[in-house]
Structure formats: C-alpha cells, structure tokens
Design a binder for this molecule. Structure first.
Ligand code: A5P
Length: 224
C-alpha cells in the first residue's frame, strides 16, 4: 500500500520536470519511483541532465538512460526530487534511513527548488516522532560521536549491515540516534554538525521548498 502511494507522489513530481532542466535525483524507494518515471519521459524525448545523490541512484539513472552531469558542469540544479523519513508541519525533514544523507543534503543545497515526495505516513507533528536521527561521521571519530550524542540524551549506535558497520558512499559510518522529539530542528541540525568528526546529520531544516504527500484520500501539496 505505501509503495503504491510513494509511486503516486512520484508521478505528481515528475510532471514538474521540463525540457532543459538540471535535476537532482534523490535516494530511496520513493525517489526510485521518480527516477523510473523520469526515465520513461526521457525515452519519450525529454531532454534533461541529472545529478544523483547516491551510487544506487546513479546506477538506476544509468539503467533508465538518464544523462548525468557534475557540479563542475552544472553547479546549480533547477529542481531536486527526493523522499524523506519524516516531514514536520514546517516542512523540516529527517532523512537518511537509506544512508545517503550527506550527498542528499549537498545536492539539495545546490538546488533552486527541493521537492519532497512521501506517502502520508511520513507526516508527523514533530520530528523524532517515528524515526531515529541519522548522523554521518568519519569512521575514526564514530565512537566519540556516539558518546557525545548519548550525553545529550537517548541512545546512539553505529549502524550495522551484515554484521559490520554500514559504510556510506562517502566511506563514512552512520550513527542512528534515538533522541526523541526535536524541539527546534534548525538548532538541532547546527548543534550536531558542530561536533568534530561529524560530516552532517539527517535533519534538513528549511531546505524543502515543497512536499507532495499521497494518502488513501488523495494527494496533498504543501509549499514553503
Ligand atoms: C535516503 O538516505 C533517505 O534520505 C531517503 O530519502 C529516505 O529514507 C526515504 O526513503 P523511502 O522513500 O524508501 O521511504
């Protein structure tokens, strides 16, 4: 059911893509729907170039025949379409359960507009309601970052995959921090980023321009 809703939200987003755009490709199952639908339009003649937020999304774009570009050639993107793990009423986000948070944030910051596509189960009254806060840190510092986050409250642990540390596309660890409800997303984002050894966190405050959510009763669009 939620996969069907993710596809519906992605379908709505793909309608915003116009000829000549430089498009940011998000990561995750909702972004994958978007990339496949965009591929259909490219094969029908749409001329765009894209910058992916992960190796997985780059591979999918390649399969779909979507031409990729670089920040060297295109330092500003027209529109990025990405998923999220939580969306607050202020359109602040938690992202990164898929582990691509740093590239997602880099691409979002380089974009004129950031469109987030979710199933409506991701909408929360306050960030931290249903998910951990992912924090990417260089491996050398990861244990120290865990201790710092725990000092601030809640539990934190280095993400595991197949019995080993999960390693991001950037060669880093991801720490999942169960902090609980976040009072001030921007302040929390800055506070985490100031920890030495942290690359960035999955809190995206003030970055989303619009959110499209799909639910059983239809599609809802929220603009900043
Ligand atoms: C990837 O790192 C994440 O930020 C994803 O955008 C997020 O986890 C949403 O994923 P789904 O679309 O698979 O729910």
């Amino acid at each position: 059911m939620s996969d069907h809703l993710k596809r519906i939200a992605a379908q709505e987003a793909v309608r915003e893509i116009r000829d000549g755009m430089i498009v940011g490709l998000g990561t995750g199952s909702t972004a994958a729907h978007f990339i496949r639908l965009l591929g259909e339009r490219v094969r029908a003649g749409l001329n765009i170039r894209a910058i992916p937020t992960s190796e997985n999304s780059a591979a999918l774009a390649h399969e779909e025949g979507i031409a990729l570009t670089t920040f060297e050639q295109h330092p500003t993107l027209d529109l990025t379409v990405d998923g999220a793990d939580e969306v607050s009423p202020e359109l602040d986000l938690i992202k990164g359960l898929g582990g691509a948070l740093v590239r997602e944030k880099v691409v979002a910051h380089a974009s004129r507009r950031v469109l987030i596509v979710v199933d409506e189960g991701k909408l929360v009254d306050r960030l931290g309601t249903r998910t951990v806060i992912p924090v990417e840190a260089i491996p050398f510092a990861a244990d120290l970052v865990v201790l710092q986050l725990q000092k601030w409250g809640g539990s934190a642990s280095i993400r595991q995959k197949n019995g080993r540390h999960f390693i991001s596309d950037n060669g880093n660890c991801v720490i999942d921090w169960s902090h609980g409800l976040v009072d001030n997303a921007l302040e929390m984002e800055k506070r985490i980023k100031a920890v030495t050894g942290v690359v960035d966190s999955g809190i995206f405050a003030g970055i989303a321009s619009s959110v499209i959510s799909a639910g059983p009763s239809g599609i809802r669009r929220m603009d900043r």
